[in-house]
Design a protein around this ligand. Structure first.
Ligand SMILES: C[S@@+](CC[C@H](N)C(=O)[O-])C[C@H]1O[C@@H](n2cnc3c(N)ncnc32)[C@H](O)[C@@H]1O
Length: 266
């Protein structure tokens, strides 16, 4: 039975319309983003969700949008065990993380595997904005040597744990640094760069051609409106990058989507 059906008679019909059926499940934790007009029913909604999703043991409510460089958000506990540390399983990999201190998007599993499947044994891959490792670890598991750069100390700690539990520690070099200083830090050309850019940090794209060898591949993520895409393709071509693929991978705001550009350095 769907969540809304479970709440019939508990939450008035006109308020039930405000309940989104989209929520994140990260490991055994569900994260809702409740409309404030549902505030007086939040505990009923959370316990109905616990009844519905047997694999969920804690329900949080996201009480404001993503904030700061670490891309985290304040959470309000609504129901369940109340711990924010969990293990998320995705495509055979396990990611240990604390949802209160690091970013993780459980809706990008397909996209992460699509990119990882491009990595080759022996390649040297740069993953910027690496987080707890969902791009870095599958690429390392394919035999690539990965340099994973991440600014948040907490995320780097979980990245180290996840590299160990997924048995790729010897192939993942963790660099706790600012991606915008990478060209002074990293003195080599990579075969591939995976760049899940946080919102508003697109200017990183100007540094990427200098980090990848001729013929190397770049997977660059950005947040844009559809009508901006053709202009962007021209801009990347001016940077000496051939756009091989441009794909929408999730909506983040009205008219704004996450896009991935697979590009080759000419
Ligand atoms: C959108 S998240 C992506 C995380 C991960 N790749 C994923 O898909 O789950 C962005 C990550 O970039 C990190 N970050 C933000 N600004 C940064 C910077 N200037 N240099 C390096 N990492 C940064 C944040 O701490 C966060 O972990």
């Amino acid at each position: 039975m769907r969540l809304k059906e479970r709440l019939k008679g508990v939450v008035p019909e006109e308020r039930l319309e405000l309940l989104s059926s989209r929520f994140h499940v990260i490991g055994d934790i569900a994260i809702l983003t409740l409309d404030p007009r549902l505030d007086c029913y939040k505990r009923e909604i959370a316990s109905a969700l616990l009844d519905q999703c047997r694999n969920v043991h804690t329900v949080f409510n996201k009480i404001s949008p993503l904030q700061g460089e670490r891309r985290t958000f304040p959470l309000e506990l609504l129901a369940g065990e109340g711990r924010s540390v969990t293990v998320h399983r995705e495509s055979g990999f396990r990611y240990h993380l604390d949802v209160a201190e690091v970013f993780f998007n459980s809706h990008l599993g397909y996209e992460r595997m699509r990119v990882a499947e491009g990595a080759r044994a022996g390649e040297v891959v740069l993953v910027l904005f690496a987080g707890v490792g969902p791009f870095a670890i599958p690429s390392a598991a394919r035999g690539a040597r990965v340099v994973a750069l991440e600014k948040s100390v907490e995320a780097c700690r979980w990245l180290a744990v996840n590299s160990r539990v997924n048995r790729v520690l010897e192939r993942v070099a963790i660099v706790n640094a600012d991606a915008f200083s990478m060209n002074s830090l990293l003195k080599r050309k990579f075969d591939r760069a995976i760049v899940p850019t946080p919102y508003g940090m697109d200017r990183i794209v100007d540094l990427l051609p200098g980090m990848v060898r001729r013929g190397g591949i770049i997977h660059f993520y950005t947040f844009k409106k559809a009508q901006q895409i053709e202009e962007l393709k021209k801009r990347y071509q001016d940077l000496g990058l051939e756009v091989l693929l441009c794909r929408r991978c999730g909506n983040v705001a009205p008219l704004v989507s996450r896009w991935v550009f697979d590009m080759q350095k000419l």
